[in-house]
Design a protein. Structure first.
Length: 150
């Protein structure tokens, strides 16, 4: 008990109510603390979001540096290739969609919804791949200019 009652006499109903209320408050705080510690999914999502943001910032920084170093004709060529790839992928996507059975489309739709929920991580990964391609293009161009033709 809280110590309000003397050891020789029984607690009053008011003392019991106060003790119950105090115990409920303590229990509520304890449950909240435990819930916060055991919410692994939320903690993992927070960490993933932080990592995706860091990757995005780093990728953007690297992309800016690469654009500064890659000659404009190479950038223009990469842009044109990117547009051609997008157009071809869109046409292929329409063709596949028209010829894909309904059960397969349903599963694909589910995957798409999952990807949309985790868009940040996907964009960061895509940007990282794009940066890698740009670096590779710059290296190839430098080798060609140096006469290496590798």
């Amino acid at each position: 008990m809280t110590g309000d009652a003397t050891p020789d006499k029984d607690p009053t109903p008011e003392e019991l109510r106060r003790e119950i209320e105090h115990t409920r408050e303590e229990l509520g705080r304890t449950v909240e603390e435990l819930a916060a510690r055991t919410d692994v999914r939320a903690r993992a999502q927070d960490k993933a979001h932080e990592a995706a943001e860091q990757v995005s910032r780093t990728t953007a920084r690297v992309g800016r540096r690469l654009r500064e170093k890659v000659p404009q004709p190479v950038q223009d060529s990469a842009d044109r290739a990117s547009h051609r790839v997008r157009d071809t992928a869109a046409r292929a996507g329409h063709l596949v969609q028209d010829r894909t059975p309904e059960p397969i489309r349903a599963r694909t739709d589910r995957g798409l919804r999952i990807a949309q929920r985790h868009r940040g991580a996907l964009l960061a990964g895509t940007a990282a791949v794009g940066g890698t391609v740009a670096v590779g293009g710059a290296v190839l161009l430098a080798r060609r200019r140096a006469g290496g033709h590798r």
